[in-house]
Design a binder for this molecule. Structure first.
Ligand SMILES: C[S@@+](CC[C@H](N)C(=O)[O-])C[C@H]1O[C@@H](n2cnc3c(N)ncnc32)[C@H](O)[C@@H]1O
Length: 263
């Protein structure tokens, strides 16, 4: 049920994104930052320096297989694929995102090395031991069963393969009554990673993480009239619900950057 809300919301927002220059402009200004290449745009909070760090920590060689979990429209992972020469498989449960990511790979001349599939964190549909690296940007906090998500990431990675992600730790008390975040709030991903068969490397709070979130969300809420017109009622309502809920209830404890190696 809760996952239906997340999926319906993301499908609507992704479908409306191409029609909303205001959304793209404000996200670039407040979340991506000036130096982030717009053709690899995202709906997370990954900056260019962070993306470089993620790419380096994945330890990929050209031709290796990289999986992006909760890839959305694919921007950050396509950037990593281009930089490293890895072959990318992006997984997201939103069919609209998967379709847009596939089109974007063609536009960026990366279709030969990237494909996108519909799947969930707990069931990617990918082959066991088939990936050399996996990444995820600000998506895992939505997984309705984080233990299952970590077990699935371990299953698809080969031994020695690396999982590198950013995600929000969720405060169980503040999230208790909220859709999606209250389902399976995880305040520390390390125990789940270890249980799933990872050794944890870096586990650190991203410095200054609340600021881009607060300013981006506030800017979008300020532009609600323009967004409603460009995106339509359903998509803008889904977006505003998440923005105002996050700003008012503050369900996130921290945004963390994590590296883990499959044992
Ligand atoms: C904040 S967005 C980040 C998307 C992308 N990583 C980016 O940087 O633009 C979170 C993504 O997680 C996806 N997602 C949420 N729950 C999911 C689930 N259970 N399984 C797979 N994907 C999911 C959403 O569809 C969305 O694309």
């Amino acid at each position: 049920m809760e996952q239906d809300i997340v999926l319906t919301g993301y499908d609507a927002v992704y479908a409306a994104t191409p029609n909303s220059p205001t959304l793209r402009r404000l996200w670039h200004e407040h979340a991506e930052g000036d130096d982030y290449p717009e053709q690899f745009g995202h709906v997370s909070f990954v900056t260019l320096p962070e993306l470089r760090h993620i790419a380096a920590e994945l330890h990929l060689n050209p031709g290796d297989t990289l999986v992006d979990l909760g890839c959305g429209r694919g921007g950050p992972a396509l950037w990593v694929a281009r930089e490293t020469g890895a072959r990318l498989i992006g997984v997201d449960f939103s069919p609209v995102a998967v379709e847009q990511a596939s089109a974007r790979a063609v536009e960026l001349d990366l279709a030969g090395q990237a494909r996108f599939v519909v799947g969930s964190f707990a069931d990617t549909g990918l082959v066991t031991d088939s990936a050399d690296g996996a990444m995820s940007e600000d998506a895992i906090q939505y997984a309705p069963d984080k233990r299952a998500a970590m077990v699935e990431a371990a299953r698809i990675l080969r031994p020695g393969g690396r999982l590198v992600f950013t995600a929000f730790e969720v405060d169980a008390d503040r999230a208790a009554e909220l859709p999606a975040f209250g389902d399976d709030p995880v305040g520390d991903y390390r125990p789940l990673l270890r249980e799933a068969g990872f050794s944890v490397g870096i586990y650190e709070e991203v410095p200054g993480w609340p600021e881009p979130m607060t300013t981006a969300y506030a800017a979008l809420l300020d532009a609600s009239e323009a967004l409603k017109q460009e995106m339509g009622e359903a998509a803008s309502q889904a977006l505003f619900l998440e923005l105002s809920m996050t700003l008012q209830e503050r369900p996130y404890r921290r945004r963390v950057l994590v590296t883990a190696t499959r044992e």
